[in-house]
Design a protein around this ligand. Structure first.
Ligand code: PEP
Length: 251
């Protein structure tokens, strides 16, 4: 059966003391929740302490980026084997902030995705359109291009061990959420596109929605048939918000 997932993306927020408070509240709040998986993707320097805090809970952890290179003279980069040292389950790949602010192109994103999978990490591959794309009526074309770049490098079968996050860029951190129907339409487009190549992989593929998901809109988004959970930015830093979002997904 298709897995449901809520993953927090802390971005460049937190410190040791705040993280400790946040995670102890979240792990208490999620204790006993069934029917979905929960994870936090944290800044690299906190992986060790987050690992220590979460290793006896059902909450997984991961990173927000990784190098496409295995090792070598790449100053400032972090490799998949380093993430593996901290027992990461997930790594976010191709977040729109990486693509737009740090110049990651579709090819680099695809290489990172492959490198992560090869190391046994589950990539959370982000795709999404800008407001200009949406208004120009080319949302599907943009999503298709972003997915094709990955399929060309990794193959369609790679989606049996990956998560896709549809994140309309105009909804990230803006307080503007895609309506449940707008999100569902794109999720269905993604799933149907994959189904044309492999129906079983498409059926089992977890597709998250991300973009200003909050406690007060999570349930209606998660009720849509092709939305299998959320990638949560701002609200993942507020324990009660994150817990309520996770509750909206679980049984
Ligand atoms: C994100 O960073 O992936 C995200 C969806 O952020 P927010 O929930 O704050 O819009």
């Amino acid at each position: 059966m298709r897995e449901k997932l809520v993953a927090g993306n802390w971005k460049m927020h937190g410190n040791l003391a705040e993280n400790k408070q946040l995670l102890s509240a979240i792990s208490a709040g999620l204790n006993g929740l069934n029917g979905a998986k929960f994870a936090v993707c944290v800044p690299y320097p906190y992986l060790s302490s987050v690992q220590n805090m979460l290793q006896d809970t059902d909450i997984s952890w991961g990173a927000q980026n990784v190098s496409q290179y295995e090792k070598g003279a790449y100053t400032g980069e972090v490799s998949v084997s380093m993430l593996d040292d901290f027992e990461c389950t997930y790594v976010i790949i191709g977040h729109s902030e990486r693509r737009t602010l740090f110049g990651e192109d579709s090819y680099a994103v695809a290489e990172k995705y492959v490198t992560a999978q090869r190391a046994g990490l589950t990539p959370i591959l982000c795709v999404g359109e800008t407001l200009e794309h949406r208004e120009a009526g080319i949302t599907e074309q943009i999503i298709q291009e972003q997915l094709t770049a990955v399929v060309n490098v990794a193959g369609i079968e790679s989606f049996s061990k990956a998560v896709i996050a549809y994140e309309p860029i105009w909804a990230i951190g803006t307080g503007k959420t895609a309506s449940p129907q707008q999100a569902q339409d794109v999720h269905a487009f993604i799933r149907n596109g994959i189904a044309t190549q492999d129906i079983n992989i498409a059926k089992e593929l977890t597709i998250l929605y991300g973009g200003s998901v909050k406690a007060n809109n999570a349930a209606e988004l998660f009720a849509m048939p092709d939305i299998d959970g959320g990638l949560i930015g701002g609200a993942s830093l507020v324990a009660n918000e994150f817990i309520a979002i996770c509750r909206a997904l679980s049984n």
